[in-house]
Design a protein around this ligand. Structure first.
Ligand SMILES: Nc1ncnc2c1ncn2[C@@H]1O[C@H](COP(=O)(O)OP(=O)(O)OP(=O)(O)O)[C@@H](O)[C@H]1O
Length: 230
């Protein structure tokens, strides 16, 4: 269970609140207007932004003392964040060891993750020698080897075309389920939320609302979401 307890977040003049829990293994979409605080919320969960007040708890443990690298969290960014000068295998290995001193076991884990995302045979390529979809797969493999129970995605795959994006979202859903991971995904697209997430939280007007069933939310959107959906 992830708990945001009386949370207040601030960035400059911007402020927002959240006060809810998410069951372990759930898949949550965050949706709402630009600048409403979706990325800010992910930053607080991943440890890049300290709360102004309140707490972020995972399985009842306050995460405040833990720096980002020690949190039970892996993030998948919009652009994949691959290092251009490193091979695909080494980019994935970074998820295990930032100094890249990989053991045989680590190398085995990298091989398995690359196989799971369908990149076997491309281990030695540089990111520039991959297609956009393959780069997304490599970034996903790096997240997989980290084996963190909480997976955060900030508008993943937005650079990909619709068909490829759907394919990647399905793959993320599959691997998250296999790993029993809890997933939180920022998206601008109600279709992505429906496809991926049983729960959706609206982020608008200075607040991240409590998660509700995605289907019901879009069937009868609250005012805050209606203006966003247009
Ligand atoms: N480092 C910062 N310093 C000051 N204000 C910031 C900083 N980062 C973000 N903000 C402000 O915080 C607010 C929330 O930004 P955030 O990126 O979380 O929104 P978002 O919902 O993810 O937006 P988008 O959908 O456009 O990505 C915005 O008003 C933004 O200008």
């Amino acid at each position: 269970m992830l708990t945001l307890e009386n949370l207040t977040l601030r960035q400059g003049d911007f402020g927002m609140t959240a006060d809810w829990s998410l069951p372990a293994g759930a898949r949550l979409a965050l949706i709402g207007p630009s600048g409403a605080g979706k990325s800010t919320l992910l930053a607080a969960i991943s440890g890049f932004l300290a709360p102004a007040s309140g707490r972020v708890l995972w399985r009842g443990e306050d995460l405040a003392p833990l720096p980002p690298g020690k949190r039970p969290v892996a993030m998948l960014f919009q652009d994949g964040n691959l290092f251009p000068h490193l091979s695909v295998a080494r980019n994935v290995g970074l998820g295990l060891r930032p100094d890249l001193r990989l053991t045989d076991e680590d190398r085995g884990a990298v091989t398995n993750a690359l196989s799971r995302v369908g990149l076997t045979g491309l281990e030695d390529r540089r990111p520039a020698q991959l297609s956009g979809g393959q780069q997304s797969r490599a970034a996903l493999a790096r997240v997989l080897v980290m084996q963190r129970p909480l997976l955060l995605l900030d508008e993943p795959f937005s650079a990909l075309g619709p068909a490829l994006r759907r394919e990647m979202l399905d793959l993320v859903g599959e691997v998250a389920e296999e790993a029993g991971a809890t997933l939180i995904m920022v998206t601008h697209d109600p279709e992505d939320a429906r496809r991926m997430a049983g729960l959706t939280a609206v982020v608008a007007e200075g607040r991240a609302e409590a998660p509700v069933a995605t289907g019901a939310l879009f069937a009868d959107p609250p005012e805050s979401l209606r203006s966003y959906l247009g």
